[in-house]
Write a protein that binds this ligand. Structure first.
Ligand SMILES: O=c1ccn([C@@H]2O[C@H](COP(=O)(O)O)[C@@H](O)[C@H]2O)c(=O)[nH]1
Length: 232
């Protein structure tokens, strides 16, 4: 699934005027907006609706992870806010993911539902410490297969696992990739990272990029430079 501009900017702020200002300034250089736990916890459904009204697709990075009945209700609520994409944690299991799929089936248009495999902030040691033994790639592959079997549209993974995800889930499975760092950018808490151009060449459908854009002195110029790096 190729997006003309694959960059979704992560608006990680609790401040609505700041989010709107950032979104307006980078709008010519990005393909979508991503709001996550910080934004939604502070600004709620009205904040999400405000972003949905800006004319770019919105990805609600809510990462639901609970029992099936609760996730089904939350899925219906978030789908009702007009977002284009939202997500759950794949480790919530097949019944939870299927409940979310069923809950949003009546929506038209129906948002894409994807699942987080292994957070890009985790390295092998962090994954091991949770009891999920084996390389991150193997865990991502196992979860991607489960996500596909459960009827979702795609996964969040790092760029390092893209080839593996394509192998288990096929070419039409949506891949959303955070942990993107232009050369020389601060890596911060991310562990499994790649540059925008490398991640795109590896087959990412959507690149989620936050601080390298929003933390730049000139966010619009930073977004434009990424667009140029991608040859757009
Ligand atoms: O595995 C994951 C899942 C989600 N994210 C989110 O993406 C952005 C990345 O922001 P940066 O500032 O570019 O690091 C952020 O909103 C995370 O919540 C992720 O990084 N990894």
């Amino acid at each position: 699934m190729r997006f003309p501009n694959p960059v979704f900017v992560a608006l990680d702020t609790p401040d609505l005027p700041r989010a709107l200002e950032l979104a307006e300034s980078v709008k010519p250089y990005v393909g979508g907006l991503k709001v996550g736990l910080e934004f939604i916890s502070a600004l709620g459904p009205d904040g999400v609706k405000a972003m949905s009204g800006l004319g770019l697709p919105v990805f609600a990075d809510v990462k639901f992870h609970d029992i099936p009945n609760t996730v089904a209700g939350a899925a219906k609520a978030i789908a009702g806010l007009g977002v284009s994409i939202f997500n759950v944690h794949a480790s919530g299991g097949e019944a939870m993911m299927r409940a979310a799929v069923e809950a949003i089936a009546p929506f038209n248009p129906r948002p894409k539902l994807i699942a987080v495999t292994v957070l890009t902030s985790m390295d092998e040691a962090a994954l091991d410490a949770t009891g999920q033994k084996g390389p991150a790639k193997a865990q991502v592959a196992r979860l991607a297969a489960l996500v596909k079997k459960s009827g979702l549209d795609g996964v969040v993974c790092s760029a390092h696992e893209l080839a593996m995800v394509r192998e288990v889930a096929g070419p039409d499975f949506l891949t959303i990739v955070p942990g993107i760092r232009p050369a020389g950018a601060a890596i911060g808490d991310q562990k499994r990272v790649m540059t925008p151009a490398e991640a795109r060449a590896a087959g990412a459908d959507i690149l989620v990029i936050g601080r390298p854009i929003t933390g730049a002195a000139d966010p619009a110029a930073a977004a434009q430079a990424i667009m140029e790096e991608l040859g757009l």
